[in-house]
Ligand binder design. Structure first.
Ligand code: GLN
Length: 231
């Protein structure tokens, strides 16, 4: 890998979108989570500190924030998609996900077809929202958009929506803390998360891939996984 130049000297600047527990969330004034720990390994390798900025997911997934030089990396539980690859470059995959429905426990909504005439909550700019839109005509539900995962999951608790669609990992994590909810179905969308860099930043992307590979080989990746997904 060649020279790695960072937008802020001595820092690895990360764009993320909060909250996306357990990948990134605020805890006691600090941003912590699975993605945070992985990017910290990259920062360590570069001999700098990670600095995290909270930004709208729309600007992350469009590549806008990376291309305008707002951050060096985007780490936001972000699915690698061909359309996104046109606007940024992704690391090797570091996590697998699939779409799922969050409902109140015991609710009858166990498929998209069950939601005919009902309200389905989505999170702006996400693969879940795209999946909901693609299947809307066939299933006849109303889509209600939310800016972030916190607002989306709260809408299920309050009954503002009948179900919410999002990635399975974050929804199972939510259910652990909110046993009055459940994941009623998963859809096999076969997604993989990647850490993104500005198009053409091969030096930094190569470094991230090296770090991911090393972390998987050394057991560090498993340790971080257990920390955020264990129990
Ligand atoms: N994995 C989903 C996507 O990329 C959701 C990511 C997120 O909301 N942070 O669209």
């Amino acid at each position: 890998t060649g020279e790695i130049s960072l937008i802020n000297e001595g820092k690895l600047t990360t764009c993320t979108h909060l909250p996306y527990k357990p990948f990134q969330m605020s805890e006691g004034g600090k941003v912590v989570g699975f993605d945070v720990d992985l990017v910290d390994l990259v920062a360590d390798e570069l001999g700098v500190k990670q600095e995290i900025t909270d930004t709208p997911f729309e600007g992350i997934q469009s590549g806008e924030l990376l291309n305008s030089g707002k951050c060096d990396v985007a780490a936001a539980g972000m699915t690698i998609l061909p359309v996104r690859e046109q606007n940024m470059d992704f690391s090797d995959p570091y996590f697998e996900a699939t779409q799922a429905l969050l409902v109140k426990k015991g609710s009858p909504y166990r498929s998209l077809a069950d939601l005919r005439g009902k309200k389905l909550g989505t999170q702006l700019g996400t693969t879940g929202e795209e999946y909901a839109k693609q299947n809307q005509d066939a299933n006849g539900y109303e889509i209600i958009q939310f800016e972030d995962l916190g607002l989306l999951t709260t809408a299920v608790l309050t009954g503002q929506v009948d179900a919410a669609i999002n990635d399975n990992g974050v929804l199972y994590d939510f259910v652990k803390d909110n046993p009055e909810t459940e994941v009623s179905v998963e859809f096999d969308t076969g997604e993989q998360y990647g850490i993104a860099v500005r198009t053409g930043n091969d030096a930094l992307r190569g470094k991230i891939n090296d770090v991911l590979k090393k972390a998987k080989e050394s057991g560090e990746y498993d340790r971080i996984y257990e920390k955020w997904f264990g129990k």
